[in-house]
Design a binder for this molecule. Structure first.
Ligand SMILES: [Zn+2]
Length: 649
């Protein structure tokens, strides 16, 4: 609040100047930032409300816990867990929820190979973390929009996009995704086949979206934890050095020291001594903390800290590089005027540490620092390495886009409150090709079960960062004199690469980001380009195409085992609105009897069921459409032929 008052005071002063007529471009640029007030433009009572609301959502999320998976939990007659019972999942057997997201659920999602357990955890987390936020979020959206409009923006999404200082930002993102989608679809098709080998085609549909609980991650955002199920050439030295880190007795501090040594090898800054004293690198046992890793610049040129509940894994070693990249950027621009001490755009800030990690994770570097033995550059090892990188960098892309696509549409009013969850699943299916493993409805609030929604952190920066970090990597590799395939490049100890990186980072936000890109590329381009990331993965793309030649590429919604979206809103498009296509007889039985109140025996021969409620009743009972009587149609074309524009819930 105090910061907001100060900010407002500065704003009051700044807006008295006719700054747009000033002759100095940097000063005009400073004014253009100072005169945007953000949420501090709200009247004091609303500002207070918005601040408290955000705090409440964050605390609620970070305190969320679930019960242990208990296979003796109440079952339906057919043996399935009674997931669709009305009772609160955690209270019906009187258990005390003790498992928190980090580390417990993150680990469970990563390591469990029991689809029932995964499905339980997937759902219980959303019940505990997402659902309670739904009511708060609507008010949060109203207030955020009000603040944005007071700053002259159309809505809060428009305000967020202004960070990128371009009018066609959405078009740029759409264009990049269109270039990358074919690679994603190849990866998706290959992974789907491997999951069918593991779980069978009654759980994973051969031509459908992949059920979201089977990808090793709570949000299916990266798939690195199912490398064991999907690795192209098994039996070769693993490029995941987690076990070696543990065997060699690495501590969290050691991992951050390792990361620091990479920065120093490039001639960049070591971490200041306060960093080592004040950072929180191990999860405290005496209190709840938000474990989501973050890096902090206390803006006094001395105090920089990281908060990370570090586990000894390769993933966390990479995250250590990521977070330290933020601090390195902070250090590089610390001599800029205060208002320019920021990333050229938010994506640049996210990219720095990842750029180094692209080198640090190469087998040749891991060998160099004694974490990996005997790497040979055979074709099979190369493909294994690129594949493991793709489970992170390529698998992430659609999620990196859709989180904000959803929020932009919520802020603009295109998604109304009654469509929060169904539209979320529209995007999840259409962009990621993943489906909910059980029915969802509009009492659920699945977006809220992802940190950045309650914490109100914009997300598309990560998508852009994943593109731009490969542009950085390509240019730094060129500066380092690398020749050969881009994925083998390691810039460790290259002073030339370090100098180029410093030149870009030290600009901070003093110039628009296209100029920073121009510095990076020695004037060759000032655009975001998908070329380098595609070049990096080119050998993998060819390999995937040859592996997938008999595979269905892409996904059909109506092939989902459970396409778990139920919307009571009549305007939702028929195909995306709902529907359960139930291939597994036991799943079909449980859903049909417990959820729809239908008799199972009628449908045993039908692989796909299209269920439609009585539209008028469904609309009356917003959010409760599951309790309506359902008509069953043998296939969707019958339905469309009969009533092409009927309301569909
Ligand atoms: Zn970050």
């Amino acid at each position: 609040m105090e910061w907001s008052r100060f900010h407002r005071h500065k704003w009051d002063q700044a807006t008295t100047f006719a700054w747009k007529n000033f002759s100095s471009a940097p000063v005009r640029r400073m004014f253009s930032f100072v005169t945007v007030l953000g949420r501090a433009a709200l009247p004091e009572d609303k500002l207070k409300e918005l601040t408290e609301l955000t705090q409440e959502m964050k605390s609620s999320y970070s305190a969320a816990k679930i019960c242990r998976y208990d296979p003796t939990r109440r079952r339906l007659d057919n043996g399935d867990y009674d997931y669709n019972a009305d009772n609160d999942l955690d209270n019906d057997i009187g258990c005390i929820p003790t498992l928190s997201l980090e580390p417990h659920l993150v680990q469970l999602m990563a390591t469990s190979r029991d689809p029932e357990e995964l499905r339980y955890v997937w759902r219980a987390w959303r019940d505990a973390a997402g659902r309670p936020l739904r009511g708060k979020y609507t008010r949060f959206v109203e207030l955020s929009n009000e603040a944005a409009r007071l700053n002259g923006f159309e809505d809060a999404g428009d305000f967020w996009r202004s960070d990128y200082e371009t009018d066609d930002f959405e078009d740029i993102i759409d264009g990049l995704w269109a270039e990358l989608r074919p690679l994603y679809e190849q990866l998706h098709a290959y992974v789907r086949r491997k999951l069918i080998e593991k779980y069978g085609d009654t759980i994973v549909p051969p031509r459908g979206p992949i059920p979201a609980h089977l990808l090793g991650n709570m949000w299916a955002q990266t798939w690195t934890h199912i490398l064991d199920l999907t690795v192209p050439y098994p039996g070769r030295p693993s490029v995941d050095v987690t076990n070696t880190l543990r065997r060699q007795g690495y501590s969290p501090f050691d991992m951050f020291r390792l990361s620091e040594s990479f920065f120093i090898s490039l001639g960049l800054e070591p971490m200041p001594s306060t960093f080592w004293q004040k950072s929180l690198l191990i999860k405290p046992t005496d209190r709840d903390v938000i474990c989501h890793a973050s890096a902090w610049d206390f803006c006094n040129g001395i105090d920089y800290r990281i908060k990370q509940c570090t586990q000894i894994t390769m993933e966390d070693m990479i995250t250590a590089h990521h977070e330290m990249g933020h601090i390195q950027y902070d250090l590089q621009y610390r001599n800029q005027p205060f208002i320019f001490r920021d990333g050229a755009n938010p994506a640049f800030h996210e990219a720095v540490g990842d750029v180094l990690a692209l080198s640090a994770a190469t087998p040749s570097h891991l060998q160099e620092i004694n974490l990996l033995a005997n790497v040979d550059e055979s074709f099979e090892n190369d493909i294994n390495f690129l594949f493991s990188m793709a489970l992170d960098k390529i698998a992430f892309l659609p999620f990196g886009y859709l989180v904000d696509k959803w929020r932009w549409e919520v802020f603009s009013g295109e998604i109304s409150e009654s469509q929060y969850n169904s539209r979320w699943w529209d995007l999840r299916v259409n962009y990621q090709g993943v489906s909910a493993p059980l029915l969802r409805d509009e009492d659920d609030f699945d977006p809220g079960a992802k940190f950045h929604i309650p914490a109100n952190v914009p997300y598309v920066r990560y998508f852009v960062s994943f593109i731009v970090q490969f542009q950085f990597h390509a240019e730094l590799c060129k500066a380092a004199g690398h020749s050969g395939p881009l994925h083998r490049c390691n810039i460790y100890r290259s002073a030339e690469a370090g100098r180029l990186l410093r030149n870009v980072l030290s600009l901070g936000k003093s110039r628009p980001w296209p100029e920073a890109l121009s510095v990076l590329t020695s004037g060759r381009t000032n655009q975001l380009e998908a070329g380098p990331i595609l070049e990096y993965f080119e050998p993998l793309m060819s390999w995937l195409e040859s592996q997938n030649k008999d595979e269905f590429i892409g996904w059909q919604e109506n092939e989902a085992i459970v396409l778990g979206v139920v919307s009571s809103n009549a305007s939702v498009r028929p195909f995306s609105a709902v529907i359960a296509a139930l291939k597994s007889p036991s799943r079909r039985a449980s859903l049909l009897s417990s959820t729809f109140g239908l008799r199972v025996t009628d449908f045993e021969t039908s692989p796909v069921l299209w269920l439609r409620s009585d539209s008028s009743k469904a609309v009356q009972k917003d959010g409760m459409c599951l309790r309506e009587p359902w008509n069953v149609l043998r296939n969707p074309t019958d339905f469309r032929a009969q009533k092409p524009h009927t309301e569909f819930t």
